[in-house]
Design a protein around this ligand. Sequence first.
Ligand code: ATP
Length: 259
Amino acid sequence: MSKRIEIKNLDIYYDKFKAVEDVNMVIEPKSVTAFIGPSGCGKSTVLRTLNRMHEVIPKAWVDGEVLLDGDDLYGQGVDPVNVRRQVGMVFQRPNPFPTMSIKENVLAGVRLNNRRISNKDAAELVEKSLRGANLWNEVKDRLDAPGGGLSGGQQQRLCIARAIAVKPDVLLMDEPCSALDPISTLAIEDLIHELKTEYTIVIVTHNMQQATRVSDRTGFFNIAGTGKPGKLIEFDDTRNIFENPQNKQTQDYVTGRFG
Ligand SMILES: Nc1ncnc2c1ncn2[C@@H]1O[C@H](COP(=O)(O)OP(=O)(O)OP(=O)(O)O)[C@@H](O)[C@H]1O
């Protein structure tokens, strides 16, 4: 289920603007990788290239390769919809379908993929996904109630349940806790720990404590100035990035001297 991601010589553009330059990194299966760095350095942009969400933006394009267990996501004839089924995404703001029931929210991705599913299989998948997202006990008695009626933290876990219901290989998370209170944040962080036993996880976070709590490896991105492309400055075990960074820019950032 969990797959290895290899990014090779990746340049990322918005029309003529090169937003990110020459990213190379290997992300191992069953691990959590955090992307950190100052605003505008391209963390979210890189994340979105890992499931071809980047090209949803008009005139956005990439040059380079992103391999999933050796297969180039940008290869000829690859269907982006199929890529997004394998590489799921959770966004900054929880975005369940508010009027749709909790149960149907979990099944939404599966239904979008046109998979026919019996009522019995659907019920099993809903329970398994909600258990996987640590939400089952809180919602099992109100599966037919609207998803919009849950708290922010519960809604975010519902979105994670929806993402894992399609059985992806990789989960991308773009600041998944930034709209949540500290208790809900801890619930999501605990969940990330559990999910890593099954998925490759990549998370963008502004919160350095969060990066140290949840990730095995950390990539630090930086930008030389406005209009310049963001670059991956250092990528290493999270502990090294925070305790023994090799690059001066990384050191300045993690010690709070800028950013
Ligand atoms: N839809 C877009 N169209 C044009 N340029 C964009 C678009 N999205 C991002 N950019 C530009 O790409 C660069 C990288 O932005 P990105 O959002 O990836 O950075 P980030 O590190 O995730 O920032 P933040 O931490 O503030 O979310 C920035 O210069 C940004 O202005």
